[in-house]
Every structure is written in C-alpha cells, then in structure tokens.
Design a protein around this ligand. Structure first.
Ligand SMILES: Cc1cc2nc3c(=O)[nH]c(=O)nc-3n(C[C@H](O)[C@H](O)[C@H](O)COP(=O)(O)OP(=O)(O)OC[C@H]3O[C@@H](n4cnc5c(N)ncnc54)[C@H](O)[C@@H]3O)c2cc1C
Length: 424
C-alpha cells in the first residue's frame, strides 16, 4: 500500500471538540492544516458515553467558536444525541480538513527540526503540531482487579452503555466521580441491585439560591481564574470533577439520601482477592469531604449574594441526612451475590506515540497555556490547561484561538527571517 507523504504548516492530532476548535481558527486564518483522527470526528461523544448520558454543565456553556448554543433551552442539559448534533452542525459550518481512521503512531522531530507525524497510511512533515487527544484516553483501574474471581463480570465506564450490559445480581460501582455516581443512578433507576464504593470526589449543588450553581460561579468569576492563580496548581490539575447530574432537568446528588432509600455504601476499595473485597474505612470521611466541597460552593455564592445585595431566595437548611452505622472492611462477593464490578476509577492521557521530550515525570505535558517549550508543539483540550473550562465546552475555544494566534506569529516571524536571508 502506498503511503501518502506531505509537507504542511500544521497537523492537529485528534478530531474531538478541541481539535476542531483549532481547525476552525486555522481555517479562518487561512493556514493550511490537517486533522488526523484515529476513529471518526467526535468519537468520544458518539461512542464513549452511555445511552442516558446528558451534560452536567448547562447548555449555555457550549461555546464552540462562532457557534454558541442557541437552542431554546440554555439552562437545560443536552442529551448525547443533541450534543453530537450540536457538534456536527458546528463542523459542517466550516468543513474541517479531517482524515478519519488515521491513527497517529508517531510524532517526532526530523533531521531538519520539523515535526514528523506518522499514521498507518500517511506521513506528514509539519512546522507545528497541536495535540488534542483529550484527557480521557486511557481508563485506569487498580492492578488488584485482576485477583478477583474471574466469574465476576468487570466493565469500565467507557464500555458501560446501559443497565442491560450488567448481568443479574448485585453490581458494585467503584468510584464517585461524575461517571460513577451517574452510572449508579442509571442502574438504580432501572431497578437494578447496585452498591457504591465512595471515593474522595467532591460534590456540587445544582440549583442553589434560585440559580444553577455553575451560573453563579461563572458570574462570580471562578471560571476565569487561571491555573496559575490556584493555591496549589498541581493538586488542582489532578482533582476529580464535582459530582451532580443534568438528568431530567438536573439535580444534585446527595449519597446520604440514596443511603436512606436503601443504597449500600462502602469506603474506597483497597484490595481484592478471589472472593474477598477489602475497603478502606473512609466512608464517613469521604461523605464529609464531599459535603465540605458542597458547602464551600454554597458559602462562596452566599458571600457574593450578600456583597452584591442580590435579592435571592433564602438558603436551604443543610443537614446530614444519614450517617454510616459502621465502616465495613470486608465483603464476600459470593455471600453478597456480587456478580459485576463497574470501574469508574478515572482516566489518563496516552502519549505513547509522542517521541519528543516534553512531558514531566508524571507524564503530564510541560506547557504554558498549551504552548510547549518545544517550539511549534502545542497541547489543547486538557483539563485545567488554562482555566476550569479548558477541558470542557466552556473555554476550549478561547484556548484554541490563543494557540492559533501563537502559530500565526511564529509563521510570520519565520517568513520574515526567510525573506531577510533571501535579501542578504
Ligand atoms: C463522562 C464525561 C462527561 C463529561 N461531561 C461534560 C460536560 O457535561 N460538560 C463539558 O463541558 N465537558 C464534559 N466532559 C469533558 C469534555 O467536554 C469531553 O471530555 C470532551 O470529549 C473533550 O474533548 P476533546 O476534543 O478534548 O477530547 P476527545 O473528545 O476525547 O477527542 C480526542 C480525539 O482524539 C482522538 N485520538 C486520540 N489518540 C489519537 C491518535 N493517536 N491518533 C489520532 N487520533 C487520536 C480520539 O479518537 C478522539 O476522537 C465530560 C467528559 C467525560 C469523560
């Protein structure tokens, strides 16, 4: 099979919302480029989400460049197909030069200092490369998962689509990030036997003092704060998202309320061996932590309301509706009829194909607002690349515009250099 070989100013790796935002601004600036996508555009939204998925952030936060959400429900939360349609309409508005089915196997420097990008069918020499492969590429789960009795069905959150994916019997959901809590709820609503291992994730109010908490936080200016303004940037970057839901018009999730209705909660899993699951005795602590983060957001909003003298409904009374009677340390899966484990224990990026030394010792890219120390190499779409909204719909476009501006300046300065040399 013949391999396509081409030189081009810019290669974008990844055809998700981040890659296509960059493509939009490059197109607008008339900078030739290609988007290499190993699957199809918006693959993650089309294939990696579950059937009942809906946004956790309100629709008004969907701000693709020159394509802000303009439907009739700005305060609602789009479901999966609506999100895909919104993105497809955005892409159709400018027809990005995307190669689908082009999995990037290598990004390296060539002997002239340009970038060499290789897929199975094509090779590209580029002046700049934007890596927009997302924050959620590889799913992580603890190694001890392999010690569990093989009769137990194990599935990860990217593969879970609907309750019927889960065999009869009790399903233990591990993790309380956004996926874990919403998948637990999906199974619960379907009347399935489900239990939950509660991790350290924070939680957020949904409607608080008359408005969506995210609306207040936006108005307060929390989403404009940069990573550099955070007290501990490294910690902020690695934090799990707050849990809450956009399902059926949106609601907050208080696991204590679920416990009152009969959901069995455990602390975080720390070991598995054949038929035995071991938990840390941290259920109480983790529920308290989630409440603390919830109350911190409430306090921030209360202070803002007071400061601005806003006429807002009174705050609801906070109460711990349920307390664990004991911290369960061991569970026998046979006795409890646990037939499946749904792992919702997080993700990490995959840069195994990136042969340029631009990652720190933990594998995170070294960059300033997406601009790497390696001239011409850029990152986009990562959580907290610049602000809270960088890895989300809210601010990815702003980051993309910033990178494209940087690329434009580099291209024009290298053109100037070339013309200087030519006139010597
Ligand atoms: C469960 C979940 C819920 C979320 N909910 C919200 C929400 O409510 N609101 C919000 O604003 N954000 C939400 N997000 C965050 C964010 O908006 C999404 O993760 C979004 O998909 C990020 O877009 P992206 O383009 O950065 O990455 P992705 O959508 O992951 O796109 C990256 C693309 O790169 C491709 N790729 C990867 N490696 C290669 C390679 N080697 N070669 C070629 N292509 C490659 C992939 O196939 C993929 O299509 C959520 C994320 C998750 C996981």
């Amino acid at each position: 099979m013949s391999v396509l070989k081409r030189s081009i100013p810019v290669v974008i790796v990844g055809g998700g919302q981040a890659g296509l935002c960059a493509s939009y601004y490059l197109t607008k600036s008339k900078i030739e480029h290609v988007v290499l996508e190993r699957s199809q555009r918006f693959h993650s939204w089309k294939n990696d989400r579950w059937d009942s998925f809906c946004l956790v952030t309100p629709n008004w936060q969907c701000r693709m460049p020159d394509w802000h959400y303009n439907g009739d429900d700005p305060n609602g939360y789009m479901v999966k197909d609506e999100i895909v349609n919104y993105l497809e309409d955005f892409a159709n508005s400018f027809k990005p030069p995307i190669h689908e089915g082009a999995s990037v196997e290598k990004v390296d420097r060539d002997k002239d200092g340009k970038f060499f990008v290789k897929t199975s069918e094509s090779e590209w020499i580029a002046d700049s490369v934007i890596l927009a492969t997302g924050s959620y590429d590889l799913q992580t789960k603890p190694e001890f998962a392999q010690n569990l009795n093989p009769d137990v069905f194990q599935i990860s959150s990217k593969s879970y689509k609907r309750p019927s994916d889960i065999p009869d019997g009790v399903c233990l959901v591990v993790g309380t990030g956004q996926s874990g809590v919403q998948m637990m709820e999906d199974l619960w609503i379907a009347g399935r036997e489900v239990r939950l291992c509660v991790g350290t994730a924070p939680r957020s109010p949904r409607i608080y003092r008359g408005r969506d908490a995210t609306d207040w936080l936006f108005e307060i200016g929390e989403y404009s704060k940069t990573i550099g303004e955070q007290p501990n940037p490294k910690l902020t970057e690695s934090k799990t998202n707050h849990y809450l839901s956009g399902r059926n018009g949106g609601h907050e999730i208080d696991l204590r309320e679920f416990a009152l209705k009969g959901l069995k909660l455990y602390g975080s899993v720390c070991n598995m061996n054949e038929n035995l699951i071991q938990f840390k005795k941290d259920l109480n602590k983790n529920l308290d932590r989630a409440d603390e983060s919830y109350l911190k957001i409430c306090k921030m909003i209360d202070e803002y309301i007071d400061k601005k003298n806003i006429d807002a409904p009174q705050k609801p009374l906070f109460e711990k509706k349920w307390l664990p009677e004991e911290e369960i340390e061991f569970l026998n899966i046979k006795k409890e009829n646990i037939t499946s484990i749904l792992w919702c224990t997080g993700f990490k990026t995959d840069y195994s194909w990136l042969k340029i030394d631009c990652l720190d010792s933990t594998g995170r890219p070294i960059h300033q607002r997406g601009v790497s120390d390696e001239q011409g190499l850029y990152f986009l779409g990562l959580n907290w690349l610049h602000t809270w909204g960088s890895g989300r719909f809210l601010s990815v476009a702003e980051d993309a515009e910033f990178l494209v501006q940087n690329i434009k300046e580099n291209l024009s300065s290298s053109k100037n250099k070339t013309s200087c040399f030519q006139s010597l």
